[in-house]
Ligand binder design. Sequence first.
Ligand code: MN
Ligand code: MN
Ligand code: MN
Length: 278
Amino acid sequence: MAPVYDLHCHSDQSDGALSPEEVVIRAAERNVTCLALTDHDTINGLARAKQQSERTGINLVAGIEFSSQWMGKNVHIVGLNFDISNSSLQQAVLSQERARESRAEIIATKLEKAGIASALEGAKSYTNGGAVGRPHFARYLVEQGVVSTISQAFKRYLGAGKMGDVKSNWPEIAEVVGWITQAGGTAVLAHPAKYKMTRTKLCLLTEQFADVGGGAIEVVSGKQPVGLAGNLAKIANQFKLAGSSGSDFHVPGQPWQELGCADRLPSTVQPVWDLWSR
Ligand code: MN
Ligand code: MN
Ligand code: MN
């Protein structure tokens, strides 16, 4: 049987619902044969996922999803197949974690001024030790009865333009790509269609990403509209980048980003895993 790759997913070490072990087991149940756990700005889950992958008999590739910025816009860069013991990568991860913490503190202060007490502690209680993000604040707002649903929490408090929409000063893409490549890994531009850029702008981003050492773009991210993978494969080829594929799984019950749901890469693009077998 041909291998099945899922090179983008999350555990409760960032904003996913399952533990690293549960993610590995679920991936195997869904016929994934090669998995990368790519939590936001942390490698905390990787050792546990690795141990579980050995028990389960599934291939695990080291992974992370870094936050960065390009032309003032948040852009996510997945790092794959790097050396997790690389000390400058570990330093970089710490600085990202600190940036997330100070952002969470600012959000909590704003919510407290709006009359919502203990927001930081409340949000933290949902994290299992990982970084606090807006989804955790959303759950706290629901629990406190401030709003009745998660989507209301975003609409009124946390979404774009609301008090909890605190911009982080993420590093530029060149810096993040450098962290990954210097640790022997491949930098992958995550879910290009999610940025809602024009094709011209996306090509400019992809070109600059390739120029600073990027290795691949996610040609397939979860269940996509027909034709998108083919278009992204063309962009990958235009800038001599490989293609990657991942579900962006966070929680069970979302079939459009379930583990192993991502389509196969179009045959026109070089798979990112080919870069690793040389
Ligand atoms: Mn996420
Ligand atoms: Mn992302
Ligand atoms: Mn993701």
